[in-house]
Structures are given as C-alpha cells and as structure tokens.
Design a protein. Structure first.
Length: 481
C-alpha cells in the first residue's frame, strides 16, 4: 500500500522469496504511463519513513506489467528472480583505510570476492537480516554505535564511510589513509570466524582470544587493546550463530576442527590460544587439532576456565533455570538503568518478555537499536544453549577420572606451555589438581567470573605477555642446553 501511494507507481506487489537459503523481500513495480520509476535507493528512503527496516524490500524490480493467472490474480510463480547487480566495469576500489575495512566486511557478509565503494549493499543481495549481521560486525570492527537503519540510509561503502568519519571520536574510524594510533586500533574481519586488531606493528607472536559459551567477540575489546602491539598480533574468534548467520555448533571438538585451518591462514609465528570460561576447553581442543595438522607452536591461556571434579555428573538440563540465569547475566553486564535483578525475576517469563526487559535496561536511544539488540540476544541465547549442551557432552566424552584434562587418549601431543588467570569466585572452587596443567603458573584477580575481563583487562593482558616471555626464555635455555 505504501508503494502504491507513490505517484509514479501504477501497480505493485511485494513477495518474500526464498533463494540460496535466504529469504528476501522483493518489490515488483509497474510505472504509470510516461512516468519515470524512482530508483531503489529513493524508494528505500521513502519506505523507511513509515516502515520498520525488516519490511523494506531488498530488491525493486520494474516490470512492464505484472503476470496474472487465468483468474486475474498475480502469478507469483511467473515473477522473475532478482539478480545480484555486480558491475565489474564500474568497480571502484577502496580509497581509504576505513573504506577498505568496510569493503572487507561487506564482502564477507555477502560472500563476494570484492566490493566496490559505490556498490549498493541491497543490489548485491543484501536484505534486512544481513544488514543486521553487517551492523554487528561493523560495531565490532570500529567500536562504534551504529544501528541497522544506517545501512539502509547509506547503502554503499563510500556513503557509510562518510557517516563513520562524521563522528570519528565515537566510531574509531580513521581519517584519510592514516594508520590508526594504538589507542584507536580497530577490528578487521579476516576469516569466517576471526577478526584481527589492526596494528602498525607486526609481532613475532599471535594471541587468539576465544569467547566462552554464547559469548560475542566484543567481550575481549578491552583486554585485546591492552596487549602491546609490538609484542603480539591480536585476533579474536566469534562463534557461529552469535556474530554471523551460521548455525551454532554444539560440539567443542567440531568447533576446533573448523577453527584450526583459519588460524593457520593467519598466524605469523608462535601463538597463544586464550580462552575465557569454556573457551579454554575449546582452546585446548584447538591446540590438539593444530598439532594433528602439524603445527605445534602453541601456548594456552586459560581465563577463568572451570574444571569439573572427578566423578561429577551434571543434573538434567533445566532450560527454564538456564534462561533465567542467562538473562540475569545479560542484565549484570549491559544494564545502564534500574536496580540489580535476580535470576528469579525471569522465572516463568516467556523468552520475548525476557529480551524486552533486558533491552529496556540498556538505555537504548532508538527503536532500531532495540531491533539490533533483540536480534543479538536471541542469537546469543540460542548459541549459549548449544554451548551449554556442548560443555555437558564434552565432560561426558572426556571423564577426568579416566583421562585427566590435558592428556590426549587418542593422540600423542607435544607438551603445551600454559598459564591460568582466575577470578576469586572461580579460584576457590576449581579442580585443576588432576590435570596436565596443575603446575602451570596462575594469577588470581579479585572479583566475579563475569567481571574478570571488564575489571582486569590490563592484568589479563600482562599475564598473557608473561606467558609469551617465559616460553621464549625457556626456548633459549633449551637451545643453550
């Protein structure tokens, strides 16, 4: 109806098309006689004035007339499929560091080899869900406040770069072709599950951070920027189903097999796999997967990773309890208004109500930010549930009384240097004594499990550098001996 209100449009129909596992809204339009049809950008801008983002079509296709069935209804089966509009002859390469980072993110989200600065996101196959994914990845890469509506308003790399540069202090975007200063370093997506923190240096060691259950890569922002850029190149993993459209994975060994080849494509020397919470279990499995691929230059950083005691059996999975604890943790982490909530606040509350309550406490500035966070929380909740099942299955498959953690029953592993960083909350009830890493150096930080990365980023970063330094010293001593 909104399209038919436009004076140049005589007839219109909007169809949700399923193509390549994606659903896109496509508008088919017929112009009034002797009237010029507005282009897609103009129509998109008009619709955004009165419609939410997800109701705005990704494609606008002009037809001479709409195909009809014998009964006079629109023949939806006869409507042509939209085509990606990639014009290689008009390709314009990125001209600044900001455009280069944006183009790389767009190419990854759209699954294209390259994206020009004037290519339209929606003409290339983007739609509202992909715009949300794009927004999340740009927020991560530029440490900026960006809502999905901005992608609709500025659907080219060049236009979006201009918006980012309009508020450089808030977005972390660069000026011109300059290299960001150390304090302004930004994330660049470099592989399916890996982002790299940009740096004017190339160090001889790499740190790969691995989030815990349901965790987004953003939890490592402060710690990653506390790592001296001349001492380690910094990467972070984002789990499937959280910061991308892929389905969550419920098996840590399968995750490791997926992540290991990506590490080999980007590492420059010895690496530290630093996992937070159950990310430490994934880190160990990653080290094993890398050794199976012939790469053994690996150290492990366990950041508040818990080890179950021998003979421990998990109680039956209680999703209601899990949901309440998940949203309490979300509110503890992200709330900006209101008194602290208990987990019991969320008991017997439907999922959407939990999401509404959590986002209402974030002090978000617009409905579009709320839409983004609703999507993010749904993704994280599902992914964390998958990861909770993965953790239970991991300990069922690797009982510590039979095979201590860090000892491979099916593969002879080279020794792994490791270091543990623990909150006082976790340290008092941990069970590392019967593991291969029982004698690894440990540093304890005051506070709760959920706060160790936020309250002690410099301390965690310093501890990881100490791991690199001590390992390098040991290598020198071994060589001298």
């Amino acid at each position: 109806a909104t399209l038919l209100q436009q004076p140049a449009i005589r007839d219109a129909v909007v169809v949700a098309r399923q193509d390549d596992e994606d659903t896109r809204l496509v508008a088919y339009l017929v112009a009034q006689p002797e009237q010029a049809m507005p282009d897609g950008d103009a129509l998109r801008s008009i619709l955004l004035r009165s419609l939410p983002d997800y109701m705005v079509p990704a494609y606008f296709i002009e037809l001479a007339q709409l195909p009809l069935t014998p009964n006079g209804k629109v023949d939806r089966q006869a409507l042509p499929a939209p085509q990606r509009q990639v014009d290689e002859d008009r390709y314009v390469a990125p001209r600044t560091a900001t455009e280069a980072r944006l183009a790389a993110i767009w190419a990854g989200v759209l699954k294209l080899d390259r994206v020009g600065v004037h290519d339209n996101f929606f003409a290339l196959g983007g739609h509202s869900l992909l715009a949300t994914v794009l927004t999340v990845q740009i927020r991560l890469a530029f440490a900026c406040e960006l809502n999905v509506r901005t992608v609709f308003e500025a659907p080219t790399v060049a236009a979006l770069a201009e918006k980012l540069l309009a508020s450089p202090d808030k977005t972390g975007a660069d000026q011109g072709n300059s290299t960001p200063a150390d304090g302004e370093r930004n994330w660049l997506l470099v592989d399916d599950n890996i982002a790299k923190l940009d740096s004017p240096h190339t160090a001889s060691h790499d740190i790969f951070f691995i989030p815990g259950a349901g965790g987004s890569a953003e939890v490592f922002n402060q710690v990653a920027r506390s790592v001296p850029p001349d001492q380690a190149n910094v990467f972070v993993f984002h789990h499937d189903g959280i910061d991308n459209e892929a389905d969550p994975v419920d098996d840590f060994v399968v995750m490791a097999a997926r992540y290991a080849p990506q590490i080999l494509r980007h590492c420059s020397g010895k690496i530290v796999l630093a996992g937070y919470c159950v990310g430490g279990l994934i880190a160990y499995e990653l080290a094993k997967a890398l050794q199976k691929l012939g790469f053994d230059q690996v150290m492990l950083g366990f950041i508040d990773t818990g080890i179950v005691p021998a003979g421990y059996e998990f109680p039956p999975f209680d999703e209601a309890y899990f949901k309440s604890e998940f949203f309490k943790a979300i509110c503890d982490t992200y709330s900006k208004v209101g008194e602290p909530l208990t987990a019991r606040t969320f008991d017997n509350m439907p999922l959407e109500n939990c999401i509404n309550l959590a986002t209402s406490r974030m002090n978000l500035h617009s409905p579009h930010e709320q839409e983004i966070w609703h999507t993010i929380l749904r993704q994280r909740y599902l992914a964390e549930k998958y990861h909770a099942h993965a953790m239970r299955q991991y300990w069922a498959d690797h009982p510590v009384q039979t095979c201590p953690f860090g000892v491979s029953a099916d593969f002879h592993m080279s020794p792994l240097a490791a270091r543990r960083m623990e909150s006082t909350e976790i340290h008092g009830d941990n069970h590392w004594g019967n593991t291969a890493f029982a004698n690894s150096p440990i540093e304890v930080f005051e506070g709760r499990h959920l706060d160790i990365l936020r309250h002690h980023p410099a301390g965690v970063a310093k501890s990881l550098i100490a791991l690199i330094t001590s390992s390098a010293q040991q290598s020198l001593e071994d060589a001298a001996a």
